[in-house]
Design a protein around this ligand. Structure first.
Ligand code: XIL
Length: 462
C-alpha cells in the first residue's frame, strides 16, 4: 500500500477510534465498584441495614448517613411496638412508625417491621387488665390486623413474635403464654399473614445466634409450626453480642440448620458491646466478632441480610441498659466511622475496608504512537488522579522535528517542539479517576522519540 494512502487510512481509523474513545470517555465513570456496606451486601444478594428511632430523625448529620448507601434496610427501634401503636385499647397511632417508613421509602430502603408481639413495651391498659383467653386472643388479633394492615405492602418483613423463649429454651412466662399457652405464636402468625400476605413473617430472639438450648427450642418451634401449617417465613437472630461472653458457638452452622428447614434467616439487631473503656485489644476482638457474623451470614444462602441496632454509639441502647458497657457500633458518638470496626464489616462484605481514600492529587498520561516512517498518530490518555476538574491543558515536548498536522478530541497546537492540547467544549470535565483520550497526526523526518514528560494544568504527571 503506498504510504500516503496508508497514512490517510490510518488517520481515518484513528479518527474513528478517537471518536470511540471520546464517547467511551464521556460515558465512563471513575472505577466505582461497590464500596459502602449496603452496596457490598447488595452485590451478594443481601441487604445491610440499621435500626433507628424517631427522636434521631431530626439530627441531620445522623440522617445523612442513615439515608446513605451504607444502609438498604431500616428497622424502627420503638415506633411500631405495641405501646407506640395502640397506647389505648382500640386507638391506633401510626405517626411515628409512618415517619420511619416514609424516611426509608424516600431513599429506596426496605423496612423490617418490629414488632407485633413482645413481652415488653406493652401499654398499661393491656398489662394491667385481667383477660380471659378469648378476650386476649381477640385483642391480639385486632392489634395485628390493624397494625400489620396499616403497613400492608410497606414492610418487607415483620418480627411477628419477639423473644418467646427463656435462655434455657423453656417458654417465657409472660402475659401471652400465661393466658394463652404457647398457641399464641400460631395465632399471631396467622393474623399477620391475613393482614399482610406479602410480608415475610419472622420470629425473632436473642441468644439463639449459636447452637444451644435456646436455639434448639427455636428450631423445634419452627419445625412444629411448619408441621401444623402455620405461616412462618423467617427466623431473626438478634445478635446482641458482648465480647466478654465469647462468640456464639457454630453460628454459621446454626443459621444453616434453620435455613435447611426452608425459612429465611437474618441478623436483625447486631451490636457488639464491651465493658468500657474501650482499648485496642477489646476493639480487635469486637472487630473479629463483626467479621465472624458477616461471614456466617454470607456463608448461608438464605441469610437475607444484616441489621445493626442503630449505626452509631450516639444513639445506641447499650449504655442505658447494660451499665458500664458500650462502644458497640461501627460509628462513634461523633458519627465518625471507627476504622477498625467499620473496616472489618466492610472487608468481610467483600470491600476494601473503606479506609483507603482515593488519591487526591496528580494525573497520569499514557502516550502511544502509531508510526509509519514519515508520520505517526499520537494518542494521549489523561487520567485525573486529583479532585474533579472542569477543564484541562496538557503540555509535552518532542525532541525531533515532529510537526502537528491535525488533532481531535482536543484543541492541538504547537510552538517549536512544545505541544499543547486543551479540552474541547464537551470533554473538559474529569471526575477523580476519570480518563480522556485525544489524538493527533504528525509528520517527521529523522527519529521519532516518544515524549516522557507531561503536565496537566501545570502539574507534572506520572
Ligand atoms: C430496645 C430499644 O432500642 C430501646 O430504645 C428501648 O428502650 C428498649 O428496646 N431486643 C429487641 C429490641 O427486640 O426491640 C430492643 O430495642 C433491644 C433488644
Amino acid at each position: 500500500m503506498p504510504s500516503p494512502l496508508r497514512a490517510r487510512l490510518t488517520a481515518v481509523l484513528a479518527l474513528s477510534l478517537g471518536a470511540l474513545l471520546a464517547v467511551t470517555a464521556l460515558v465512563s465513570r471513575p472505577a466505582s465498584a461497590a464500596s459502602t456496606l449496603n452496596q457490598l451486601a447488595k452485590a451478594q444478594g443481601r441487604y445491610f441495614g440499621s435500626a433507628t428511632d424517631n427522636p434521631e430523625l431530626s439530627d441531620t448529620a445522623y440522617t445523612a448517613i442513615l439515608g446513605s448507601d451504607e444502609f438498604g434496610a431500616i428497622t424502627p427501634g420503638n415506633s411500631m411496638k405495641w405501646d407506640a401503636t395502640e397506647p389505648s385499647q382500640g386507638q391506633f397511632s401510626y405517626t411515628k412508625g409512618d415517619a420511619v417508613v416514609s424516611f426509608a421509602k424516600a431513599r429506596g430502603q426496605i423496612v423490617r417491621g418490629h414488632t407485633l408481639l413482645w413481652h415488653q413495651q406493652l401499654p398499661g391498659w393491656l398489662t394491667s387488665g385481667s383477660w380471659t383467653a378469648a378476650q386476649l386472643t381477640s385483642i391480639l388479633q385486632n392489634h395485628i390486623a390493624n397494625v400489620a394492615g396499616h403497613y400492608k405492602g410497606q414492610v418487607y418483613s415483620w418480627d411477628v413474635v419477639n423473644e418467646p423463649f427463656n435462655d434455657d429454651g423453656t417458654y417465657r412466662s409472660d402475659l401471652w403464654s400465661n393466658t394463652l399457652g404457647t398457641g399464641y405464636i400460631a395465632t399471631a402468625l396467622k393474623a399477620a399473614r391475613a393482614a399482610d400476605p406479602n410480608a415475610k413473617l419472622y420470629i425473632n430472639d436473642y441468644n439463639i445466634d449459636g447452637t444451644g438450648a435456646k436455639s434448639d427450642a427455636m428450631y423445634n418451634l419452627v419445625k412444629s409450626l411448619q408441621a401444623q401449617g402455620v405461616p412462618i417465613d423467617g427466623v431473626g437472630f438478634q445478635g446482641h453480642l458482648a465480647i466478654q461472653y465469647g462468640f456464639p458457638t457454630n453460628m454459621q452452622q446454626n443459621l444453616q440448620r434453620f435455613a435447611d428447614l426452608g425459612v429465611d434467616v437474618a441478623i436483625t439487631e447486631l451490636d457488639v458491646r464491651m465493658v468500657l473503656p474501650a482499648d485496642a485489644t477489646k476493639v480487635a476482638t469486637q472487630a473479629q466478632y463483626y467479621t465472624n457474623v458477616v461471614k456466617a451470614c454470607l456463608g448461608v444462602s438464605r441469610c437475607v441480610g444484616i441489621t445493626i441496632w442503630d449505626y452509631t454509639d450516639k444513639y445506641s441502647w447499650i449504655p442505658g441498659v447494660f451499665s458500664g458497657q458500650g462502644s458497640a457500633l461501627p460509628w462513634d458518638e461523633n458519627l465518625a466511622k471507627k476504622p477498625d470496626v467499620y473496616g472489618a464489616i466492610n472487608t468481610a462484605l467483600g470491600g476494601s475496608g473503606g479506609g483507603t481514600p482515593p488519591p487526591t492529587t496528580g494525573c497520569k498520561v499514557a502516550y502511544s504512537a502509531n508510526d509509519w516512517g514519515s508520520g505517526f498518530t499520537a494518542t494521549v490518555t489523561i487520567t485525573n488522579q486529583g479532585p474533579a476538574i472542569s477543564g484541562w491543558t496538557l503540555k509535552y515536548s518532542y525532541s525531533g522535528d515532529q510537526k502537528l498536522s491535525q488533532g481531535w478530541n482536543g484543541t492541538w497546537s504547537q510552538s517549536g517542539k512544545d505541544v499543547t492540547v486543551t479540552n474541547t467544549s464537551w470533554n473538559g470535565t474529569l471526575a477523580t479517576g476519570a480518563s480522556i483520550s485525544a489524538g493527533a497526526n504528525f509528520t517527521y523526518t529523522g527519529t521519532n522519540t516518544a515524549p516522557t514528560a507531561f503536565a496537566v494544568n501545570g502539574t507534572t504527571c506520572t
